[in-house]
Design a protein around this ligand. Structure first.
Ligand code: UDP
Length: 338
């Protein structure tokens, strides 16, 4: 395959930046668009220093059709990976309009620019949250969407529906990736997650407790019907998740057997409880995580983990890194940013 160009929106974010590294390491040419609304400019330098390769970077808002169309006209990408979106479940409950507007508008701009530039291939960032809490585990891609109480997940469901319903008429070839719980950081310690303010997600919260920025972790409930009473999630190493995007680009670029629109779970298939995660972190990194048991967080699912079989079979991808690597790499990154 000759060298292909991938345009990544939100490429300075947590998942986008790790995917950028894997794409460059695989030999793709890379164009990144980010408005730094939830990321920082120095992350672009980190990607370039890890890979020793250059990125064609544009600071732009993906809801601004004119500026995005200019970038498409100039760069003529072969594939687009669309990460740029708002992603806080909690914030989406209080600001639903902002979430629907940003997450849906940005997708419409991307599809319209693709259409006008004759770029047909898209990888879309979706989430396991679209399944809701009503299906038995492990979750399979065939399960129906559930009604959700937050605009974040609903916006992802709407985006997936838009993709499914536009693919054939526009001769698009699209893969939606449903992420489970990405944690960890690049093993170099030079790239990781940069949460703004107090983290909502568990892993950055744990690392900030470990380094002394936060006094203790609150475990959101220990009276759930699970073996140790805490919630269970399918944590996946960020580099594994990033690699799945490379596999998706290759599938879109080479496969003539792929259906026009496909969805894949990105998880390990193994559930880990909050207490187990803390134990792994303490054991592997030899640090203590003080914690208190708090109330259940409204809307939390008891237990979610993926059935990863479809990704293994069709995408030819599977998660390889262990929970030990996830907690070690996450801690190395926290020590780097302090
Ligand atoms: N969690 C917790 N304390 C925190 C943050 C999260 O106990 O400060 C738990 C949360 O209840 C869930 C798990 O950690 O069971 C993962 O939460 P996170 O917000 O990271 O991801 P989610 O699965 O909600 O997308």
């Amino acid at each position: 395959m000759d060298i292909k160009k991938v345009l990544v929106t939100g490429g300075a974010g947590f998942i986008g930046s790790h995917t950028a590294v894997e794409l460059l390491n695989t030999g793709f040419e890379l164009v990144v668009i980010d408005n730094f609304s939830n990321s920082e400019p120095w992350i672009i330098k980190q990607i370039e220093s890890i890979t020793q390769k250059k990125i064609s970077f544009y600071q732009a808002d993906v809801t601004n059709q004119l500026s995005i169309q200019d970038i498409f006209n100039k760069e003529k990408p072969d594939v687009v990976i669309h990460f740029a979106a708002y992603k806080s479940v909690g914030e989406s409950v209080t600001k639903p309009l902002m979430y629907f507007q940003n997450n849906i508008d940005s997708l419409m701009v991307i599809l319209s620019c693709m259409s006008q530039s004759n770029c047909k291939k898209l990888v879309f960032s979706s989430s396991c949250t679209i399944y809701g809490n009503n299906h038995p585990n492990p979750l399979i891609e065939d399960y129906a969407f559930s009604d959700l109480p937050h605009a974040y997940g609903s916006s992802k469901q709407i985006c997936e529906t838009i993709l499914q319903k536009t693919t054939i008429a526009n001769q698009f070839n699209i893969i939606s990736l449903r992420y489970f719980n990405p944690i960890g950081a690049h093993p170099s310690g030079l790239l990781g997650e940069l949460p703004k303010g107090t983290p909502n997600n568990i892993m950055p919260y744990i690392t900030q407790v470990a380094i002394g920025k936060l006094p203790f972790l609150t475990i959101f409930g220990n009276d759930y019907p699970t073996p140790d009473g805490t919630c269970i999630r399918d944590y996946i190493h960020i580099s594994d998740l990033a690699e799945a995007h490379v596999f998706s680009c290759k599938r879109l670029l080479t496969s003539n057997i792929a259906p026009p629109y496909e969805v894949f779970n990105l998880g390990t298939g193994t559930g880990v409880s909050v207490l187990e995660l803390i134990n792994h972190f303490e054991t592997e990194n030899n640090v203590k995580i003080p914690y208190k048991i708090g109330l259940r967080r409204p809307g939390d699912a008891v237990c979610t983990y993926a059935n990863p079989e479809k990704s293994k079979k069709n995408l030819k991808w599977e998660a390889k890194r262990s929970i030990k690597e996830m907690v070690k790499d996450g801690w190395r990154w926290q020590l780097f940013i302090k």
